[in-house]
Design a protein around this ligand. Structure first.
Ligand code: SF4
Length: 408
């Protein structure tokens, strides 16, 4: 093997304590887990079951649902049953704020049906009158043998803790800037709550921590600090990432840097959906982030050139799109279908400039004819020219070759 210094790649994974969430391992060297969250009213059983099913089908390995009131807590066991009837076993996480202790106490079937409880230490704190609320949730989790996520959030940070740190900072001879103190409060909020949960008898392998912030640089600093100061399993996410490309870019930038640093055992890409938009986009983006960085493979990768003035027709864009859609929609679970095929790269290129070269790097690739080139599309398989496609059926012929390649 070449010396490690010569190999481009991420830092060694930050060592964390593994937590089982239902049947999914998080941390302790397990593959980085993709998770997502519903935006249905949890009291709407059918709507929530349908959305969880869609997220699970898209590849979400954990799904979080909000449990905000009695009707939602009462619905949770029925949601679980509805999923079972569809053969969906994806672990469910209950997202609790303010009254989680009460809902979990009043609805034991809800506490039983969930695979993990998310606690926000900003609104169910400790060291004050809310201590019993936090303790109640931990006690119920312990009794049901369920893990928790202690999820601090910039938008709902423990104000008592923040005020204390701000006061100490003001009195300090070398005060830090207010943002740095807020970051410290985020980290402390998560760590102090975890320590309190341990005092209450919760083992480390039942806790996952998160400290979500909406600003990329702050998020990176907070998580680097959290990882440096503990070995709890870590849930990564940029909160309030936003809509469309802004949300995708901000999340990918922040999470990409942390993942490259070896930090993060499970990720959620929090995207604000377009009105009527597809909730599963956040799962797709999370998978693509992990895959493009080389951490996991979910679907075969399609490399396509951007196209330019040398691209002769719309055939190129149409083929790239149709191959991408075909692979995503018709080959989910392809590694189960084709055991032993760990990775597959497909190239769809627009002309001779980069076409043959890029296609040779892929498992299977096609170089379409550009301006002034003969109307022929060479196909390369495992680095060698395999066949030349011609005529109006190039797209269908290439798709058939991709299927044949995988079958073989
Ligand atoms: Fe343009 Fe050819 Fe490069 Fe594609 S491979 S971007 S068509 S020059």
């Amino acid at each position: 093997k070449p010396p490690q210094d010569d190999v481009a790649g991420p830092s060694a994974r930050h060592k964390t304590t593994q937590v089982m969430v239902g049947n999914v391992a998080v941390g302790g060297g397990a593959p980085i887990v993709v998770q997502s969250m519903t935006n249905t009213d949890t009291a709407d059983i059918d709507g929530t079951v349908a959305q969880i099913a869609a997220l699970a089908r898209a590849g979400s390995e954990l799904v979080r649902i909000t449990v905000d009131r009695d009707e939602a807590a009462a619905a949770v066991p029925h949601i679980r049953d509805g999923l079972r009837k569809r053969g969906i076993t994806t672990p469910l996480i209950g997202d609790f704020h303010y009254i989680g202790h009460k809902l979990l106490t009043d609805y034991p079937a809800c506490a039983e049906a969930l695979d993990k409880y998310r606690i926000n230490p900003g609104n169910v704190g400790f060291k004050n009158k809310r201590d019993t609320q936090f303790a109640d949730i931990i006690e119920i989790a312990n009794k049901n043998d369920k893990p928790v996520r202690i999820g601090a959030n910039w938008g709902s940070l423990d104000q008592e803790l923040l005020t204390k740190l701000m006061d100490e900072n003001t009195a300090s001879p070398n005060p830090r800037d207010a943002r740095a103190v807020t970051r410290e409060a985020m980290v402390q909020s998560a760590l102090l709550s975890a320590a309190r949960a341990q005092e209450l008898g919760m083992p480390k392998n039942k806790m996952i921590l998160s400290a979500k912030v909406s600003a990329v640089q702050d998020l990176i600093a907070v998580y680097q600090d959290l990882a440096a100061r503990s070995d709890y399993a870590i849930h990564l996410g940029l909160t309030e990432a936003g809509m469309g490309s802004k949300g995708i870019v901000a999340s990918s930038a922040a999470l990409g840097i942390l993942l490259q640093d070896g930090i993060g055992d499970t990720i959620r890409i929090s995207l604000t959906p377009e009105p009527g938009g597809d909730r599963t986009l956040e799962v797709q983006v999370a998978q693509e982030l992990l895959q493009t960085m080389g951490f996991r493979t979910f679907v075969p990768l399609v490399a396509a050139c951007p196209g330019c003035g040398r691209t002769t027709s719309t055939t190129f864009q149409e083929l790239a799109r149709s191959i991408q859609d075909f692979i995503r929609d018709e080959m989910p679970g392809w590694k189960t279908l084709y055991p032993g095929v760990e990775e597959l790269n497909v190239a769809v290129m627009g002309c001779i400039v980069n076409g043959p070269g890029e296609s040779k790097h892929a498992n299977i690739g096609i170089s379409l004819p550009g301006t002034g080139e003969a109307p022929a599309a060479p196909v390369f398989v495992d680095g060698k020219k395999f066949r030349t496609l011609r005529g109006p059926g190039i797209a269908a012929d290439f798709k058939a070759l991709v299927i044949d390649y995988i079958d073989q």
